[in-house]
Design a protein around this ligand. Structure first.
Ligand code: H2U
Ligand code: ZN
Length: 341
């Protein structure tokens, strides 16, 4: 008889309409992972060579102010420009291009070069949340911008160029691919069921319990049933909020709280500052209400078995579909068992 714990199967991601292959039998062998104690390169509070530290010069020659809280600036090598002229290119419907205006910003979380999300106090993290809200509000109200993507790349393994804790914001005229998929799925679900897909999903996960990691009054962190990365998590809003700006005071504190707790669990998993790409998904900034949307964050960490053994998305993943061995349930159990300090 078919069993999710034993037999190869594929799982459906209702948010994207894609499938992931799960091969639980390949992890029946006992756990062989080593927790390597990498000499955690201790970071200084201030690094004279860091282009994000207060008072230092950036690549473009601009000097950072002596900032004391969060600090936002236009990316000196922005992938998107607001003054991009409109235009289209179309050759027989096969070679298609469109001008894409937008803007890219960098947000330093704190003047401290060594203060990661996992080690920030609640008050310090709350300042970051407030900065995200303000940035979302400002960029959303720009007539050209339809989507605001806030994301953090953490760790060299993720291509992060600088250890100074920071995130990026890219905001542009059209919906990015991942948002197009989530928008379509949530809208279709809302039309069919008159309810929000992620609300019903969260309800189901809170009943099942086996994929939950941690939660507070406003957010639940869980390993989604359809997770692709070994320790992928989804942080879901428990209240009907569609974007960061709809969080009230308690909601903002709870967001700061859950992000700290989750990243500390991650750091404790392999006893290293855990690398990941994370980011928020929220309603498009097109002036509509989007009741089908729920604010959420995805964490995509690459590590699989230790500080150095990562999962690669190559071969079958590139040519066919994503695949995983360790089940989302096992990953959640491991994350649940870790301390939050
Ligand atoms: P990561 O978050 O992936 O490390 O990227 C940092 C960004 O900072 C990157 O997009 C920008 C890069 O363009 N940057 C500046 O805007 N100014 C600088 O002086 C160096 C890097
Ligand atoms: Zn720095």
């Amino acid at each position: 008889m078919f069993h999710l714990k034993e037999h190869p199967h594929r799982r459906f991601n209702p948010l994207t309409g894609e499938w992931v292959l799960v091969s639980p039998h390949r992890t029946q062998r006992p756990w062989q992972g080593q927790v390597e104690k990498l000499p955690a390169a201790a970071q200084p509070a201030y690094d004279p060579n860091c282009y994000l530290c207060p008072g230092n010069e950036r690549a473009g020659g601009v000097r950072n102010p002596h900032y004391t809280s969060t600090f936002v600036f236009e990316n000196d090598f922005a992938a998107l420009k607001l003054d991009t002229p409109p235009g289209e290119f179309n050759l027989r419907g096969l070679l298609v291009a469109q001008a894409e205006p937008g803007t890219c910003r960098v947000v330093c979380f704190s003047p401290r070069h060594d203060l990661t999300v996992a080690r920030m106090s609640l008050a310090e993290m709350r300042l970051v949340v407030d900065t995200w809200v303000a940035q979302y509000q400002e960029l959303s109200s720009h007539p050209v911008i339809q989507y605001v993507q806030i994301f953090e790349n953490r760790g060299e393994i993720m291509g992060c160029s600088n250890t100074h804790p920071h995130c990026q914001i890219w905001a542009n005229r059209t919906l990015p691919n991942e948002i197009v998929k989530e928008q379509a799925a949530q809208r279709r679900f809302f039309e069919q069921h008159g309810a929000c897909l992620l609300d019903l999903y969260l309800e189901l996960e809170r009943e099942a319990g086996e994929r939950l990691v941690c939660e507070n009054d406003s957010f639940t962190a869980l390993v989604p049933f359809w997770a692709v990365w070994p320790f992928e998590t989804l942080v879901l809003a428990r209240r009907p909020v569609t974007s960061l700006e709809q969080l009230d005071d308690a909601g903002r504190n709870d967001l700061a709280d859950i992000l700290g707790r989750l990243t500390r669990r991650y750091d404790n998993l392999f006893a290293v500052p855990f690398p990941y790409s994370m980011g928020f998904h929220q309603r498009p900034s097109d002036g509509q209400e989007h009741p089908e949307w729920r604010l959420h964050a995805h964490f995509y960490p690459p590590l699989l078995r230790s500080a150095t053994v990562r999962k690669f998305m190559v071969g079958y993943e590139m040519l066919a579909m994503p695949q995983r061995d360790i089940t989302p349930e096992t990953a959640a159990e491991r994350l649940r068992s870790l301390p939050e300090s």
